[in-house]
Design a protein around this ligand. Structure first.
Ligand SMILES: Cc1cc2nc3c(=O)[nH]c(=O)nc-3n(C[C@H](O)[C@H](O)[C@H](O)COP(=O)(O)OP(=O)(O)OC[C@H]3O[C@@H](n4cnc5c(N)ncnc54)[C@H](O)[C@@H]3O)c2cc1C
Ligand code: FES
Length: 511
């Protein structure tokens, strides 16, 4: 089924949200008892709930917004075992066995998605295709040869370095071809999964914010005035809202940008693409339709930076636009421009398993590392097994309590960066009075010893909140591109009025 655009809006929206009507669910209105309570209806939460429902467990899903309104709606939906951190690095950090398990788990994730699509007859444009990792302008063939050797040691022996790359790879650049990758429409897939979950007895509650999580023989989630009691709780909120410290010192939030532009028909070979630049570009096609018939949209992502540490959204989209125009036969102006957040762990792999600070029946899935659709599916498979008491070969590799000694340098670097941001408390605000804030804009203001996040709406009315992030007390900063308040320490984000959009903070900015 091709995608029409029913309702374009000026808000930054991805091609997926603009082309799908998601099913709506009511909010929690009673205390509930269930086998498993999953918090978060994104890729990780819905996959876990689906697999547990199929294994005969009753499940309740609590979602703060509407179905799939988090980072999954901002993805580009490459389904790959090519690993963004690269196999050379995974092997250095996790050893050859770890590297093999990494490859086999991501391969299993793609296969699982394909099996579910077939079994549940979900129309979500799933298709198998090749993936090309190609050298950036500063990398030669040697870099890719070394990576290829590591990829083969990881067990992906069908990956090759072809003499001729797909046409979208710049002439003269070396590439690796990864066969049997896949792509799909993530929202159509998850809308299908949600329907199957509810068909088979699962209950989904939207617009239901989980305030508190406690482990124990009977684990509990407090959501406003209601209580969900369960044998197990899965916190699949992209970054855990129940863990204050442990996991957040081992991962950092990065914002990534995406544009979607129409290209001349047949001018780009359908495949997944990544280059080796830092930050790297990632590319795929998606077929759309308008009154003249079907056409190809090229989706290009990249320009990542640590969340809260750059505020030049338009420039970053513009650089992606130029990058695409230099390489592809772009037709007309850009149709989509959006951004989202990825959680980069210090050792390149997700944290999936028992929550380190709360080992009794509370599980987490986080640290997507830009591969959150395969990691989210691995989470479903692994958490299902842990909850059912089954063995799973991936348990140690993804254990959230793991200490990867060879990643100590990155651990220090990320946490020094966090520490530097607390120094903002000593700096003076960039504006002195609310009069300096223009309509539709925000700034942090000094109010004696306190700092306030002040937003002036389009009609000129002032909305004022504390600028202290409720997670661990860093200062938030105004992001003019997204019109959000972002915390540079661990990536919490709040809307212009201070409502929490992304954890680890689990409360709004204080009045
Ligand atoms: C620009 C971009 C491109 C990407 N490209 C790829 C790609 O090509 N391939 C790939 O594999 N991955 C990619 N990723 C990563 C991947 O899309 C994400 O990691 C993944 O979709 C995240 O899924 P999730 O379920 O962990 O989180 P989310 O989708 O964010 O779901 C978490 C849900 O929890 C809810 N929630 C939060 N707090 C609470 C609370 N207190 N109570 C109730 N609910 C709560 C949120 O509302 C949200 O809906 C990309 C990400 C971005 C941003
Ligand atoms: S996200 Fe940790 S202090 Fe703000």
């Amino acid at each position: 089924m091709l995608d029409h655009l029913p309702n374009q809006s000026p808000e930054p929206r991805s091609v997926w949200t603009a082309s799908t009507q998601m099913p709506l669910y009511g909010s929690l209105r009673d205390d509930v008892r269930t086998d498993v309570c999953v918090i978060g209806a994104g890729m990780a939460g819905l996959t876990t709930a689906y697999l547990l429902t199929q294994a005969g467990r009753s499940g309740v899903i609590l979602e703060d917004g509407d179905l799939v309104s988090g980072e999954t709606s901002a993805t580009t939906a490459h389904l790959s075992n090519a690993i963004d951190a690269r196999y050379l690095e995974i092997e250095r950090l996790h050893g050859e066995r770890g590297s093999r398990l990494t490859a086999s788990s991501h391969t299993a994730a793609i296969n699982t998605i394909e099996d579910i699509v077939r079994k549940e007859k979900i129309e979500c444009d799933f298709e198998r295709l090749d993936g090309y990792l190609f050298a950036g302008p500063n990398d030669g063939a040697e870099t890719l040869r070394e990576e290829l050797a590591a990829v083969h040691r990881a067990g992906l022996t069908a990956v090759e370095m072809p003499r001729i790359c797909a046409s979208a790879v710049p002439r003269g650049r070396a590439c690796l071809r990864f066969p049997d990758q896949a792509q799909f429409h993530p929202l159509k897939y998850l809308a299908g999964l949600a329907r199957v979950i509810t068909r088979d007895g699962g209950r989904i509650y939207a617009r239901t914010h989980a305030d508190q999580v406690s482990g124990g023989a009977l684990a509990q989630v407090r959501a406003g005035e209601y209580l969900v009691s369960a044998d197990a709780i899965v916190v699949a909120t992209n970054t855990p809202i129940n863990d204050v410290f442990a996991v957040h010192t081992k991962q950092a939030a990065y914002t990534s940008y995406v544009i979607g532009m129409r290209v001349a028909k047949g001018s780009v070979e359908k495949a997944l693409y990544w280059d080796t630049e830092r930050p790297y570009h990632y590319v795929r096609l998606h077929q759309m339709v308008d009154s003249a018939g079907p056409y190809d949209l090229i989706i290009v992502g990249g320009e990542d930076h640590k969340t809260g540490q750059a505020h030049d959204t338009e420039e970053r989209h513009s650089r992606l636009r130029s990058w695409a125009q230099e390489r592809f036969e772009v037709v007309g102006s850009e149709q989509f421009a959006w951004s989202g957040q990825v959680m980069e762990t210090i050792d390149g792999l997700a944290f999936i398993g028992r929550n380190p600070s709360d080992k009794d029946n509370v599980f987490i899935a986080t640290g997507d590392c830009g591969m959150g659709l395969t990691h989210g599916t691995i989470a479903g498979l692994l958490l299902r097994d842990l909850i059912l008491g089954r063995e799973n070969a991936w348990t140690d590799l993804y254990d959230p309590s793991r200490k990867t000694l060879r990643a100590a340098g990155r651990f220090v670097k990320e946490n020094m960066n966090v520490a530097r941001h607390y120094a903002q408390w000593l700096a003076h605000s960039s504006v002195a009075t609310t009069e300096e804030i223009s309509p539709g804009s925000g700034a942090v203001l000094d109010r004696g010893l306190r700092k306030c996040a002040v937003y002036r709406d389009e009609s000129g009315e002032i909305h004022e909140r504390s600028a202290t992030c409720p997670h661990l007390g860093c200062l938030v900063d105004w992001n003019p591109g997204e019109k959000t308040w972002d915390c540079a320490c661990h990536g919490s984000r709040f809307d212009r009025f201070g409502k929490v959009l992304h954890g680890p903070a689990n409360r709004d900015l204080a009045e």
